[in-house]
Each structure stands twice: as C-alpha cells, then as structure tokens.
Design a protein around this ligand. Structure first.
Ligand code: NAI
Length: 248
C-alpha cells in the first residue's frame, strides 16, 4: 500500500522504541534513512539491523538533538542529499514534583521535545521547500491533552507545545508543499514506559479501554499513513493512537 521508494527520511530518536519502529517501517516501504540519536551504540545496532533486513541505505549520526550545533553539522554533512521526510521522535521524561525540579531539568525536557522540533524543522525544511514537497511528523502524546500522572509538568507542557508547534509549521509551510502533522500515542510498550513499576503499568493499563499498552509498530502504522501521499490533504492534524484512552 505504501511506497516511499526514492525518498529519504530523517528520524530523531531512531535508536529505540517508537523512532526505531517508524524508521524500520519506512525502510521496509522503500525509504532510505538518516537516523539521529544520542545513543551511539543503540544507533549502530538499529542501523545494521534495518539495513540488513531491507537493503536500503541507513546513515547514522550520534548527536544530541537539543544542540543546534549538532544538527547544523548533520545538515552540512548531508550536502545536497537532504531528507524528504522528517520525524521528530527523540524524547524523555523527568518525573519530579514542581517543588523539586531544577530549572535545568525543566528546560532539558522542553528542549528535547520543543526546541529540537524547531531546529530540525528550520534546518530540514530548506531542502523540502527547494523540491516543493515534504512531510513532517512530530511525536506528541496523550499528555498534550491530559496530565496522566503526578510529577510530569515539563513533559506535559512540552507535548502540548509540540502539538501547537506542528500546527504552526503546517500553516507556515503549506505554500511550499510541505505537510506537518503529529501523532499522539497513548501508553506504548517501549524502554520509556518499561521504566515504570509493574504496579504503575497495571494501573495505567486499567485506564485504557482496549485493556493493553500499544506496540511501537502500531504508532509506525499511523506514521506511514500521515507521511504518505494517502494523507495528501492532511496537514496540521494530530492523530491520537491510544486504545480509546481519550474517548473516556
Ligand atoms: P525511548 O526511550 O524508547 O526512545 C527515545 C529515544 O530518544 C532514545 O533512543 C533516546 O536515546 C533518544 N533521545 C532522547 N533524548 C535525546 C537527545 N537529546 N538527543 C538525541 N536523542 C535523544 O522512548 P519512546 O517511548 O520510543 O519515545 C519516543 C517518543 O514518543 C518520545 O517523544 C516520547 O515522549 C513519545 N511518546 C512515548 C509514549 C510511550 O508510551 N512510550 C507515549 C507518548 C509519546
């Protein structure tokens, strides 16, 4: 159904979880990849696994997406071979009450979720605009709609900001042929949520109408659709993939 042959996708957070699943799915459907992650070892493993499986090109850059300089180096290194697709999936959480969070901790969470989207969008839309076509997908969260757990203030603030930043991106680049959408996953089984105790995971599962966590490939399926030409009239949208959580 989906064919990304001839397109190159840059995926941040590509070494793990949702970013890994989206990168694999894009590659399986013909895309060449540029993977960015601060986990250099994880990146090597994932890049070799994907390229062996799909025979597509997979470039990897071990970078911190919160650092503008790191992203500029990637941009320069790619030269004329800039991506057609941008996926912002890097992220993490810092769970502390507001009374204990330092300013640096608060900003570090906002930076990975919001500043990185701004910097990647500014840099990698240049090539897309030149070609008159591009697609961006930012990973938001059901945390953009609800405060799910205690002690997640920078995370929920960052995720709400991603959703609105995506809409602003959609409007600003609509005349360049670039679409920008976000996906808001519910509870997905990745290293990020595997950090929770069994007790917390059970209590979260109980809140999901489908009665289970989602799998990373289920977010990748949504990503394939939004990044493909089947979504040619969709921009500025947020697709919630949460097993029914927000419908309650
Ligand atoms: P994960 O922990 O499996 O993967 C996140 C990746 O981002 C890791 O490989 C990590 O090294 C990378 N990363 C973090 N900070 C970075 C930085 N500064 N520079 C470069 N790479 C960095 O987590 P998961 O679950 O795959 O999360 C992916 C995205 O999905 C995140 O934005 C997360 O907030 C979002 N999300 C996850 C949900 C879940 O239930 N797992 C639910 C909703 C949203």
């Amino acid at each position: 159904m989906f064919d990304f042959t001839g397109r190159t996708a840059l995926v941040t957070g590509g070494a793990s979880g949702i970013g890994h699943a989206i990168a694999s799915a894009l590659s399986e459907h013909g895309a060449d990849l540029i993977l960015l992650d601060r986990d250099g070892d994880g990146l090597k493993t994932v890049a070799s696994e994907i390229s062996q499986k799909t025979n597509r090109e997979v470039q990897q850059f071990s970078v911190d997406v919160t650092l503008r300089g790191d992203l500029e180096k990637v941009h320069e290194n790619l030269g004329e071979a800039q991506p057609d697709i941008l996926v912002n999936a890097a992220g993490f959480n810092c769970r502390k009450p507001i009374s204990e969070l330092t300013e640096a901790e608060f900003i570090s969470v906002l930076n990975v979720h919001v500043l990185a989207c701004f910097n990647t969008t500014q840099l990698f839309t240049v090539g897309m605009a030149r070609r008159g076509k591009g697609a961006i997908l930012n990973i938001a969260s059901i945390a953009a709609y609800r405060t799910l757990l205690p002690r997640v203030s920078p995370y929920v603030a960052g995720k709400a900001a991603i959703k609105q930043f995506t809409r602003a991106t959609a409007l600003e680049f609509v005349d360049k042929g670039i679409r920008a959408n976000s996906v808001s996953p519910g509870f997905i089984d990745t290293p990020l949520t595997q950090q929770h105790s069994d007790e917390v995971r059970k209590s979260l599962t109980d809140t999901v109408p489908m009665g289970r966590f989602g799998e990373p490939y289920e977010i990748a399926n949504a990503a394939l659709f939004l990044l493909s030409d089947y979504a040619s009239y969709i921009t500025g949208a947020d697709l919630v993939c949460d097993g029914g959580f927000l419908s309650k």
